[in-house]
Design a protein around this ligand. Structure first.
Ligand SMILES: *[C@@H]1O[C@H](CO)[C@@H](O)[C@H](O)[C@H]1NC(C)=O
Ligand SMILES: *[C@@H]1O[C@H](CO)[C@@H](O)[C@H](O)[C@H]1NC(C)=O
Ligand SMILES: *[C@@H]1O[C@H](CO)[C@@H](O)[C@H](O)[C@H]1NC(C)=O
Ligand SMILES: *[C@@H]1O[C@H](CO)[C@@H](O)[C@H](O)[C@H]1NC(C)=O
Length: 408
């Protein structure tokens, strides 16, 4: 199977007031929230109800193959639901979900700690497949948690998969190990939302001739999803598909670069090509520009730069969202900038209004880039923005609102 990695990077440039289109959420046909190992249904902190592994989810000989256990410790910041209960697997085990055909988010929740009196999940290695496609291979939740930015004691792995009528999720312990999982979430998403390309239905390949083939056999994993210049946006404040957006502070290069201007009371103008479910309102409210309003020539001597540590050897899909909302930037050829991904030109002349057709109209673009291992197993994927002056724009500036990353 081919491993591909999706790097969804969202650049959203704007500020908004809640308009009609802005609140039109997507209504998923399937929503499963399974609190593995739990004995009763419970609500999480955001008010969503997690159910037990009831009914036909699990085979009849469940207890021979696995056991339920309760965490013997709760680290600071680890929510009770679904992390305090786990199912622990002695041998290969398959959950079978009856779903509607189409694309889904599959989210797996792991809290590596000690369960019951003797299962130490820190030493657990296992693989996970969905309908035969590998999602995780010899995975250690503990080793993975140690690399997280921002720091966390638990991990939520988010995949984008297709399913026809059933979704078969299989966990296989590595030799001399047990497997475990705390929670499983399945949520339908708009058809081909992450595979059809941006608002223009295109995926632009950056600096390689390795094609990024996106078909029904592909599995994508979200690596980062950041609200540039803003705060965390929680799952209940997403547009119906329970995505979480984090602050970009840890990824921005240089503490002084990047202004976060405030534009109160702006209403976005969503379109058929960029419907309101593409990103939540809260995400559009914040962004970064290069700043230096009084001395814009300063913006010519640096790049607004983000660094994302990623695994080498994968293709990444970078999704950028744009929307000009500043009153003073109201026509084409005013703010024009170059987008570099991995030191290569992804788009020479990015003119948001020139492309969207107007102020307050959001758009998003998809780029694919291959990250090789010439700089080690976990290089930084660099995103840089720089004013493009050849067309003599009104402002020497660039602007960014959100970033998200996925891997499969
Ligand atoms: C799984 O990873 C561990 C730690 O890196 C390693 O010791 C073990 O050999 C690996 N097992 C397999 C089957 O690759
Ligand atoms: C969702 O957004 C509203 C409005 O910004 C905020 O008051 C609320 O705290 C958010 N909910 C969560 C769970 O973050
Ligand atoms: C939204 O944008 C369209 C062009 O795509 C324009 O015709 C329409 O007037 C705009 N609506 C508002 C409320 O600005
Ligand atoms: C901006 O980034 C590009 C690509 O990495 C690089 O070639 C260029 O020199 C950078 N410009 C500045 C001013 O740092």
């Amino acid at each position: 199977m081919i491993f591909n990695v999706l790097f969804g990077l969202s650049i959203l440039v704007s500020a908004t007031l809640r308009g009609e289109g802005a609140t039109a959420a997507y209504v998923p046909t399937d929503v499963f929230l399974i609190n593995c190992g739990a004995t009763s249904d419970t609500k999480d902190l955001s008010g969503r109800t997690w159910t037990t592994e009831h009914g036909n989810l699990v085979p009849w000989n469940l207890n021979d193959m696995s056991f339920a256990a309760t965490a013997s410790f709760q680290d600071f910041g680890v929510p009770l639901v679904p992390f305090m209960e786990a199912r622990i697997f002695r041998s290969e085990f398959t959950y079978t979900f009856k779903v509607s055909p189409g694309w889904k988010f599959l989210r797996l929740y792991f809290y590596p700690t000690i369960y019951g009196s003797d299962f130490n999940a820190d030493n657990s290695f296992f693989s996970v497949t969905v309908d035969g496609l590998t999602l995780l291979k010899n995975f250690s939740a503990d080793l993975t948690v140690m690399t997280l930015k921002p720091e966390s004691k638990y991990i939520i792995k988010e995949f984008i998969v297709t399913a026809f009528r059933t979704l078969r999720l299989t966990l296989t312990p590595s030799t001399d190990s047990l497997a475990f999982v705390n929670g499983v979430e399945i949520v339908s998403i708009p058809d081909r939302f992450y595979t059809k390309g941006g608002f223009d239905d295109k995926i632009t390949n950056v600096g390689s001739n390795i094609d990024f083939e996106v078909d029904d056999e592909i599995v994508l994993e979200t690596v980062y999803r950041l609200n540039v210049g803003g705060q965390m946006v929680s799952v209940v404040n997403d547009t119906g598909i329970f995505r979480q957006w984090f602050s970009d502070d840890d990824f921005l290069l240089g503490v002084n670069s990047g202004m976060k201007p405030e534009v109160p009371g702006v209403e976005l103008n969503y379109t058929e090509k960029t419907p309101a479910y593409v990103a939540p309102d809260d995400v559009y409210k914040t962004y970064r520009t290069m700043g230096n309003v009084n001395n814009p020539r300063l913006n010519l001597i640096f790049n607004l730069t983000w660094l994302f540590p990623v695994d080498a050897g994968f293709n990444y899909l970078v999704r950028l969202h744009f929307c000009e909302t500043l009153r003073e930037v109201n026509g084409p050829v005013q703010r024009v900038f170059t987008i570099f991904i991995r030191n290569q030109i992804a788009m020479l002349e990015m003119d948001v209004i020139g492309m969207s057709g107007g102020s307050r109209i959001p758009i998003y673009l998809d780029f694919s880039v291959y990250v090789g291992s010439e700089s080690g197993p976990r290089p930084d994927l660099r995103l840089e923005l720089h004013p493009y002056t050849e067309v003599t724009p009104k402002y020497y500036d660039a602007i960014l609102v959100d970033i998200s990353l996925s891997e499969a």
